[in-house]
Design a protein around this ligand. Sequence first.
Ligand SMILES: C[S@@+](CC[C@H](N)C(=O)[O-])C[C@H]1O[C@@H](n2cnc3c(N)ncnc32)[C@H](O)[C@@H]1O
Length: 252
Amino acid sequence: MAPTHRPVYDEIGAGYRTRRHEDPRIASAIWQALGEAAPVLNVGAGAGSYEPRDRQVVGAEPAAVMLAQRPPSAAPAVCARAEELPFGNKAFGAAMGVLTLHHWADRARGLAELRRVTGGPVVLFTRLPEPVPTWWLHDYFPATARLEASRQTSLTRLAAEVGEPAQVIPVPIPADCTDGFNAAYWCRPHAYLDPAVWRAMSALALIPDTDRAAGMDRLRGDLASGAWHRRWGHLLGLAELDLGYRVLVFGP
Ligand SMILES: C[S@@+](CC[C@H](N)C(=O)[O-])C[C@H]1O[C@@H](n2cnc3c(N)ncnc32)[C@H](O)[C@@H]1O
């Protein structure tokens, strides 16, 4: 069934594909977790990033603006929310959801739906709050920190909602991450000043304009004065950083 409310990504999703491209190292972690299972359901499928290309895949995505950005080569996709999947019981060998869980209106119901339609593993790529509660971006954008805290779920709670424990695979974010989600530029701080960059990140796009503008002013000032480098410059030599992102694998 199509969504009854206008999906958030119909408001903020235009231009998503200009900055959001599958990162090969994150893709590899997700594909390893999916194993050989098929067909695969991709929930919150967006423009098709991270969908395996060696087997049958079906996307489920509520936002028309996102569905319209799926390239012609992408898997077929239906307009649907996780909470109401138009598929039969165990219709899929595996399911995946990438950076989408924190957007669902009713996460427990969505997870129950994923379990219902999937016979094999349910694979989620998401940020857990426990391993790294906060990092430098939150210092500049406290509204982003609050938004993220309100959207994230503990591993214990997720496991309770799915009804089974998860295998947890840490995914450090590469210094040259090609997928522009909000942690992607942890060692490229100037990037956050670019509107095309922050518009592709819900955690910065959805905060009040005044909070975002104040954070941008402070970040710009600290980059110009050297204050950012004095405090965070030690990060610049790292090849990757654990910012709490994990692949979670539920089930067989
Ligand atoms: C950050 S994007 C990720 C898209 C894609 N998975 C990727 O990795 O590029 C989050 C996606 O979740 C979708 N979404 C939001 N609420 C949803 C829901 N209740 N059920 C399924 N998808 C949802 C959004 O429309 C958006 O396309």
